[in-house]
Ligand binder design. Sequence first.
Ligand code: GLC
Length: 430
Amino acid sequence: MNPSASPADTGWFLQDRFGLFIHWGIYSVAARHEWVKQRERITDEDYQKYFDHFYPDLYDPALWAREAKNAGMKYFVVTTKHHDGFCLWDSALTDYKATNTPWGKDVLRPMVDAFRREDFKVGFYHSLLDWHHPQFPVDPIHPQRDDLAYREAHRDRDVRLYAEYLHGQTRELLTQFGKVDVMWFDFSYSRRKYPWGQGKGKDDWQSEKLLAMVRELQPGVIVNDRLELQGDVKTPEEYQPRGWMEVNGQRVMWEACQTFNGSWGYYRDNLDWRAPDELIRTLIDTVSKGGNLLLNVGPNGRGEFEPRAMERLRAIGEWLRVHGRSIYGCTASELTPPPDTRFTYNPQTNRLYLHLMAWPYKHVHLDGLAGRVEYAQLLNDASEIHMKVLDPHQEAETITPGGGRPDTLMLELPMQRPAVAVPVIELFLK
Ligand code: GLC
């Protein structure tokens, strides 16, 4: 978790900060969340119609890659297989794959090629679970968890045989697609309590053996923290950590993974969409705490990013087009920012970025920065921002503020808030 302790190549990850998560599969045809099979207790037979109607005729991974690049994203992580067991690539180990659907083609390889052409780092999400595999034991979160006859009929499933399949497919992914930069396994649940039975964890997956194979096949790959082993990156999901994440009191590399609307897979009727400006503020907040943001798109059954996703990607991209250097290569500052603001800091350029989540009236006061800033400008238009250090003994007068701490730097702001989602002041530190 600690970048310096990890065998992974973490430099690009800490530089790039912002990635695209893609959840795409036959659940996208059902169009009501990627857990639809589990939530609705759908049998394999009844779920087959989504396999039989997987025909993404508008699929254009080059377009996806361009949209993601324009959104300011630098790496992507795609679901090679989700919990339902459906595989996007032409795996030799199963018939349950895109090449056997009416679409008839591997959809993973063209995606990897397209994103690589746009200089993206490549990440594979791979579900540890598999609600289709004949040797995956039925457990308390399985789609047929309440079907006693089914559970009885399948009680002799051997998780060791399933683990062989899991390892075999992981080997395919790490040997057939060139350099893989992130391996994103999901998820272990042996420590969760259920009314009956046991969740699955590192013993079921044979995680130590799996991790060793991953590192051997792809030296430098970043592995996440869901094998029930200490991975290279902690992955808080669908919440915003309050600060730099720690393990055993040590700051660790971390990546927030989040959706636009609470569903990873395409969800047609979901109206719970986050506002573009809030997404931008969340990206800023994440980097201000030393983290990465992996933001998800769930493409639809035609193979397209829906308009609501494109609107948000484009809004984020426009803000990053102008403000990207306050995100890329930046991390947390040790300084405490004023209320309603965040600091990000680029150690290479020695520049501090003040993100104004709310526009203050005329002034903003930066404690601890008096005498430490050579120049200040609004990042959106490179217009100078005047600075002042008030005499700490100065009394507050009718039209002039009183002095503050001797180390306080006061910035003088225009009345007009810049017409950008989040204005940023770039501080050139001495
Ligand atoms: C949770 C969800 C899964 C999703 C993953 C992404 O594990 O159950 O559907 O793929 O989060 O982090």
